[in-house]
Every structure is written in structure tokens, then in C-alpha cells.
Write a protein that binds this ligand. Structure first.
Ligand SMILES: Nc1ncnc2c1ncn2[C@@H]1O[C@H](COP(=O)(O)OP(=O)(O)O)[C@@H](O)[C@H]1O
Ligand SMILES: [Mg+2]
Length: 253
């Protein structure tokens, strides 16, 4: 299964992503978590220890230049990337993690050449048949236009019951329609009441496929840099049901 998780900044993308990764891995599946946020946090929430001095691949300018064979306006459209997964993959407790960073907007400086490398790498990873891939996206909507997540089975958009988060979700919905992505689903986070869910469902015209409660332990574990999986039984329960739905393909609100 290949998933991307998006939404406005601070809505809970990385928290929920880390839970899905742990749930899938706990079921004995092979899981690769990809942190595609320019300020990566996923490894920390998963409890990875070897994160000091990790540079996102998107910031390894020398490597990107070498692989794209950039020379003025010319660069390789199909750069060599097949050795990169092994070189830059971290693995702890049976979970693989790649800190990719953000694929930048085309047209800015040398972004096109760098993107060719990052995109080839991502496409290669998304093709791996026996591995679950969970992408923790950067905040906002820009990556959609870059076609970064075309190869995923599900694009999960996290929303909170307030207008700013809904506005971003509506933008994502509009763009996804234009791009003909038919696999967009919403996950509600920091929900206190049925009213919160109704507000989200009415605002989006879609019922969220999972709802996570507002949970104090989640905040405390994050603050204390403890692996988030152990913070809340409720969170684990919601994740289990969500993953059941995604794996069965029977998705409804
Ligand atoms: N359901 C929740 N209950 C309480 N705190 C939460 C919940 N979900 C997320 N948080 C907290 O909100 C903050 C932002 O969450 P994070 O997952 O990093 O968001 P994002 O990745 O979307 O920027 C973190 O401090 C996190 O602990
Ligand atoms: Mg995040």
C-alpha cells in the first residue's frame, strides 16, 4: 500500500503518519516511511535514534548536481538513482526511514534538475511491489502541482475542526479534482464532539474516514521527544481501524 498524508501545517500529519507506520509494521509488513517535509520530524516521532547530522536528500546539492549531470540549462531527465535508497535509508526496529525533504517548485534556480533526481528516486521507491510506503508531505498544496504523489493508492488529508484547516483541505480537494486524483480521503484530528465531525463533513462535503480525539498525552510525548506510539491507546485504536479500512479497500466515512 502506498499512502501520502497532507494538510495544513500543524494539523497532525506527522503524528498520524507515525501511527500508521507503526501499525503497518506491527502487522509484520515491510514499511518505508518517507519524510517529504522540508523540516523533518517523522523520525523523531517514530523514536529513531540515529537522526543527528541527517541532511534531507533534497538539500544534498552536490549529489543532486552530480546525478542530474546538470550543465547550464541541460540536465538528465532519467538520472541514475537506483543506488540511493540503500545509501540513504535508515532502519530501526524493522522500520525504514528516508529523509527526502521537499521537491521544490519547478522554474526556481536549478530546481528542475534537482527535481528530476528527487522525482526519479520517489518514482523508483513507489514502484517497489512488496513494501508499504507512507509519505509525510510538507504543509500546503504546492507539491500537488508538481505531480509528486501521482503514484499513491491513497492521499489522506488531515483536517481539524477550524476554518483555516478546512480552507487548505478545500484547496487540496479542488486541485485533486483538476489533477483527476480520485483517491483523496479526509482524516479528522483533535475532535472533541460529534459537532466537530459534522462541521468538517458539512464544510468539505465528505465524511472523514477516521477521527482522532484531542489527546493531551500526544502533546506531552511530542514535547518530551518520546516515541508517539506509546502515548495513547485511543490513538492506536483509531489507527488500527483506519488501517483495516485502507487495506481492505472498503473506505467509507
Ligand atoms: N489529536 C491530538 N491531540 C493533541 N495534540 C495533537 C494531536 N494531534 C497533533 N497534536 C500536536 O499538534 C502538534 C502538531 O502536530 P504534527 O503532527 O507535528 O502536525 P503537522 O505534521 O501537520 O505539522 C504537535 O505538537 C502534536 O503533538
Ligand atoms: Mg509534520
Amino acid at each position: 500500500m502506498k499512502l501520502a498524508i497532507g494538510g495544513k501545517g500543524g494539523v497532525g500529519k506527522t503524528t498520524i503518519c507515525a501511527h500508521i507506520v507503526k501499525e503497518l509494521s506491527g502487522r509484520g509488513r515491510s514499511v518505508l516511511a518517507i519524510d517529504a517535509d522540508p523540516s523533518p520530524h517523522l523520525g523523531r516521532l517514530l523514536g529513531f535514534s540515529g537522526l543527528d547530522n541527517i541532511t534531507p536528500i533534497a538539500e544534498m546539492k552536490d549529489l543532486l548536481q552530480e546525478r542530474s549531470e546538470r550543465n547550464g540549462p541541460f540536465y538528465k531527465i532519467n538520472p541514475k538513482v537506483d543506488d540511493l535508497p540503500e545509501r540513504f535509508m535508515l532502519e530501526e526496529q524493522g522500520i525504514k526511514l528516508m529523509v527526502l525533504g521537499s521537491i521544490q517548485q519547478a522554474g526556481v534556480g536549478c530546481a528542475c534538475a534537482d527535481n528530476a533526481v528527487l522525482r526519479s528516486l520517489l518514482n523508483l521507491l513507489l514502484l517497489s511491489p512488496n513494501e508499504d510506503i507512507i509519505l509525510d508531505m510538507e504543509a500546503g498544496v504546492e507539491y500537488l502541482g508538481r505531480g509528486t504523489i501521482v503514484g499513491v493508492d491513497y492521499f489522506l488529508v488531515v483536517v481539524q475542526p477550524y476554518r483555516g484547516s478546512i480552507e487548505t483541505a478545500l484547496k487540496i480537494l479542488k486541485l485533486s479534482k483538476e489533477l483527476k486524483l480520485s483517491n483523496v480521503f479526509f482524516i479528522a484530528n483533535q475532535i472533541d464532539s460529534k459537532k466537530d465531525i459534522d462541521f468538517i463533513a458539512n464544510s468539505l462535503g465528505h465524511v472523514p474516514i477516521a477521527s482522532y480525539p484531542d489527546t493531551r498525552e500526544i502533546k506531552i510525548f511530542e514535547r518530551d521527544s518520546k516515541p508517539i506510539w506509546f502515548a495513547s491507546k485511543d490513538f492506536r485504536e483509531v489507527t488500527k481501524k483506519l488501517v483495516d479500512k485502507l487495506l481492505s479497500g472498503d473506505i467509507s466515512g
